[in-house]
Design a protein around this ligand. Sequence first.
Ligand code: FE
Length: 176
Amino acid sequence: MDSVNNRRRVLLLGAALALPFAARGQTACGAVTPQDMEGPFYKPGAPLRASLAEAGSAADKMLLTGVVRAADCKPLANVSLDFWHADDKGEYDNAGYRYRGIVTTDWQGRYRLETNLPPPYSGRPRHIHVKLQRVGGRALTTQLYFPGEARGADRALVVKMERRPEGRIADFDFIL
Ligand code: FE
């Protein structure tokens, strides 16, 4: 009898401890998103725009979305994400701003970028570069990779991706 009561007490205590987390609807956020090389092709001054996609591109269209959170799981509003990547021939636009653009997170920490899926180039797996900047706070330079292509530590930076008739749907959440 005592042991049943004790077990019940332990279960109730466990439920009480778990409740505040469940009530917030949040799970553990995990580790801060790792940084990755900037590479030689970053160019400051990219325009604020939600779409980099080009009608004439031979590459699939891709919609990349996700949420930016702090290490305590809170969604971060007004984080800027400065994206740059290669065109369908594996070239960066160093003269202008093709495939370069900045988007910002909304009040729920969500971001959204439409573009074309870049190809692999120069022996590197397919990737998208990004610099995140929190207002008055932390900055992060990293790269996103694609399923089945990343190597080693880069596997922590792989997007979830679905292929649909209208294009690719990619998803990645950052912890800043
Ligand atoms: Fe690159």
